[in-house]
Design a protein around this ligand. Structure first.
Ligand SMILES: *Cc1c(COP(=O)(O)O)cnc(C)c1O
Length: 425
């Protein structure tokens, strides 16, 4: 039997703060589903409809005057979200701007920070990078008429699933003055591995390269100190752990040291102009003295309103370290129970790809079933347990500290046993 019992889980639920009541939980046969897909699409906060409705009403009642309305005027609406977004990733308030979508931001910041010149033209990525990131990087290389070999992939060692920090650093050092940009994720989407961002950043800078991160799976999930770590730039979406809704608005971080640098290459638009004089419609572009200089367009208010609704839930749960503490406990519990399940029956063996060390992961665990993985995943879906399947053979489960409970985690363990029984494996 598992060393963790249902009563332990109920006890933990009664004795740790929970923000579950702030969220709509999808239903299955009249009951809350066990939702472990917050790594893919976060749940809807209960205040989201009201926040969005508020802006729709403003538009109905005031039309264009909504830009100057006394409450949350649209013309500076981003100011309501930039600062708190910065706090979530350990950045200074003026280092983060909320805008566009993730892949768009990835491109915009590579245009600023990937500047192949002379021998320095290579980009380092992880071999199992998310497809969009891979496509983005390759298309940037092509944009400069360079060879695809300028994209260098660092892979786990033979027979291993995780990248070793030492191997990453060694590759960076070997590439040396040929390396233009290190472009990795913070948390790998497939394995759930949280890279050693400060060490990687230092190594990149030692050889004169720029270092950027895609934090899609790290933002709202792990503890980061982007400013202190001197990361050059980072981009992330808000619909995963940040619960802003499908296709939600994205974020970008630019380290303060790059603000106001004369001649930094960048695509520019009117919303990146110094906000003090933006509406004087000057002919000459004068960049905002902050990360906002990278902003192109006026902001998508409805998406921003939905994102604000989620940030307000985070506000109640902050600091991130509190949330992270709960996250560690939930994930540790999930890990223990999955290992127990694997030992308690003979039908399937479950391997956990994600690192065991808590400083090397967020809340996601990537499970590989030696057989019947697809059937088990399908069984779980049909029985109110929401996980996701990633080709070729991984089931990702993410107990999210804002709304998942220890009881959810226990239910996952029970559902695995039930699957083996009902499927007669
Ligand atoms: C989710 C995710 C994306 C998605 O990109 P969009 O531009 O938001 O569609 C890209 N990269 C990574 C690493 C992701 O996890």
């Amino acid at each position: 039997m598992a060393t963790i019992h249902k009563s332990d889980c109920l006890f933990l639920d009664n004795n740790t703060p929970s923000f579950r009541h702030h969220f709509f939980i999808p239903q299955h046969k009249g009951q809350d589903v066990r939702y472990f897909c917050g790594n893919s699409l976060g749940l809807q906060p209960k205040n989201t409809p009201a926040y969005v409705q508020e802006e729709l009403l403003k538009w109905q009642e005031f039309g264009v005057e909504g830009h100057f309305h006394a409450v949350n005027p649209w013309k500076s609406y981003e100011l309501l979200v930039n600062e708190q977004s910065a706090e979530l990733v350990g950045a200074l308030p003026h280092e983060v701007v909320v805008m566009n979508s993730l892949t768009v931001n990835l491109h915009l910041f590579m245009l600023s920070f990937y500047r192949p010149f002379g021998r320095r033209r290579k980009i380092l990525i992880e071999s199992d990078a998310f497809p969009s990131d891979r496509y983005a990087v390759h298309s940037q290389v092509r944009l400069y008429g360079l060879d695809p070999s300028c994209v260098v992939e660092v892979a786990p060692r033979e027979g291993e699933h995780l990248l070793r920090t030492e191997d990453l650093i060694q590759t960076i050092e070997q590439l040396d003055e040929e390396l233009a940009l290190v472009m990795l994720s913070g948390v790998n989407y497939y394995t759930g591995q949280f890279y050693n961002m400060p060490e990687i950043t230092k190594a990149g800078h030692r050889v004169g390269a720029r270092v950027g991160f895609d934090l899609a799976h790290a933002a709202g999930n792990t503890l980061m100190h982007l400013h202190e770590w001197e990361v050059d730039f980072a981009v992330w979406c808000t619909y995963k752990y940040l619960n802003s809704g499908p296709g939600g608005v994205a974020c970008a971080f630019v380290h303060e040291k790059h603000h106001q640098k004369p001649g930094i290459p960048r695509l520019e638009g009117w919303w990146g102009h110094n906000p003090l004089t933006r509406f004087k419609m000057p002919k000459q572009f004068e960049p905002a003295p902050t990360a906002e200089a990278w902003q192109l367009s006026n902001v998508p208010i409805l998406l921003m309103a939905a994102y604000r609704a989620s940030l307000d839930v985070f506000k109640a749960a902050m600091p991130m370290s509190n949330l992270h503490e709960k996250s560690r406990m939930l994930t540790r519990t999930m890990e223990t129970l999955v290992r127990a399940f694997s030992q308690e029956q003979h039908a399937v063996n479950v391997q956990i790809l994600t690192p065991t060390a808590e400083e090397e992961r967020g809340c996601q665990l990537s499970l590989v079933f030696d057989k019947h993985g697809r059937e088990i995943h399908q069984y779980l879906s049909q029985n109110g347990v929401v996980t996701d399947w990633r080709e070729p053979d991984v089931v990702r489960v993410a107990p999210v500290p804002l709304y998942n409970t220890f009881e959810d985690v226990y239910a996952f363990y029970e559902a695995l046993h039930q699957a083996v029984k009902d499927l007669r494996l």
